[in-house]
Write a protein that binds this ligand. Structure first.
Ligand code: NAD
Ligand code: DAU
Length: 337
């Protein structure tokens, strides 16, 4: 594999993956990214130009996608509209990018017989019931969990997964899929839970919890997600799905309290805001298949440490996130969040 096309490579996780490729491999990388509000050109700007080329374009545009796919050995597909709250406000771009965009890429890889890896989410499985954390073996998502998405975002990702599986089975496309849990780390947009609370705290404001804060997310550092995707691309079995998770389950209230402590603020110094419609209760990943079959394991096993480093990063990179902060909070205010 010499040339890899990374869609959405200017986004939070896609850019992390591009850094991973530059650091850990010899491949030449082309990023195809529309540079939406969620992108960060700065995240990849400093990378060597003989290793990384940025093409600004839309994955729904076959005239852009087809020749690019033809010139690469593999496509790793991160590009998406990724935020649940936005999908509840206006589902249209989610259908376009996540479904039509994936279809457009699949038609190109089918035509050119190109290896394809589809990056997806654990949200396609819907949610799990809240459980007593002291239980020995609570239910978790596995590769055989039935699809049951809740939001327009997760439904659009589920649809894209089904397209990939159908193109494998019906057309012999050489594809793998991965479904990962909630990522955190540098370069994540301030609309998302952890960066939103960290930047609220930097601004001396109070973190904002949807509902009671009992909802559980299974956190993984983006570096660990990137390493898993590369492992699946290079060693995964065609047609297979791999779940990616780092055993990082925490309820939202606990995460807010960890952040409050990091800023030396009282444990109850937060506000409850309007809950998300259809808010999924709990996500939890069983990543046994990825670990046993492909030998992957997370480097950031300690969530508290990874979170502390992420807080430091946001403190040090205010110039990057500041321009998006006010507009993001204004949009949240309209929705009552
Ligand atoms: P992000 O919103 O930070 O970045 C998405 C990128 O895709 C942006 O750079 C954007 O400009 C680009 N993009 C959007 N529409 C495009 C289009 N039509 N054509 C070309 N580029 C387009 O997203 P993220 O959080 O980095 O997520 C990346 C992928 O990982 C998504 O597929 C998402 O479903 C999946 N995922 C995310 C998480 C998470 O916790 N963030 C967890 C599991 C899976
Ligand atoms: O599970 C993987 C998914 O994780 C990805 O597919 C999505 O792209 C990604 O955005 C993320 O989805 P969530 O909806 O879980 O992430 P979000 O950061 O929006 O919210 C995390 C949790 O925090 C969720 O329970 C809602 C809650 N929340 C969120 C915000 C923005 C709050 O309590 N307060 C907030 O201000």
């Amino acid at each position: 594999m010499e040339r890899v096309l990374v869609t959405g490579g200017a986004g939070f996780i896609g850019s992390n993956f591009v850094h991973h490729l530059v650091r850990e491999t010899d491949v030449a990388v082309t990023v195809l990214d529309k540079l939406t509000y969620a992108s960060s050109r700065e995240a990849i700007d400093a990378l060597p130009s003989d290793r990384v080329t940025l093409v600004v374009g839309d994955i729904t545009d076959a005239a852009t996608v087809d020749p690019l796919v033809a010139g690469h050995d593999a496509v790793v597909h991160f590009a998406a509209e990724s935020h649940n709250d936005n999908s509840l406000h206006d589902p249209s771009p989610f259908v376009q990018t996540n479904i039509v965009g994936t279809f457009t890429l699949l038609e190109a890889v089918r035509r050119h017989d190109t290896r394809f890896h589809h990056v997806s989410t654990d949200e396609v499985y819907g949610d799990l019931p809240l459980v007593d954390p002291s239980l020995d073996d609570p239910e978790r998502f596995t590769e055989s969990t039935a699809y049951n998405p809740s939001s327009p975002y997760s439904a659009s990702k589920a649809a894209s997964d089904h397209l990939v599986r159908a193109w494998v089975r019906s057309f012999g496309v050489q594809a793998t899929l991965s479904n990962c849990s909630n990522n955190y780390g540098p370069w994540q947009h301030v609309e998302k839970f952890i960066p939103r609370q960290v930047t609220e705290l930097i601004d001396g404001r109070q973190p904002r919890l949807y509902g009671s804060g009992a909802n559980v997310r299974d956190w993984i550092h983006a570096d660990d997600h990137s390493a898993a995707v590369w492992r699946i691309l290079t060693a995964g079995r065609i047609g297979e799905t791999y779940l990616i998770g780092a055993d990082g389950e925490h309820d939202n209230l606990t995460v807010v309290r960890m952040l409050l402590e990091a800023f030396g603020r009282p444990a109850d110094d937060f506000v409850h805001v309007t809950d998300r419609a259809g808010h999924d209760l709990r996500y939890a990943i069983d990543s046994t298949k990825l670990r046993t079959e492909l030998g992957w394991s997370p480097r950031y096993a300690d969530f508290a440490e990874g979170l502390a480093r992420t807080v430091d990063w946001y403190r040090a990179n205010e110039a990057w996130w500041r321009p998006a902060k006010a507009v993001t909070e204004a949009a949240y205010a309209v929705k009552g969040h």
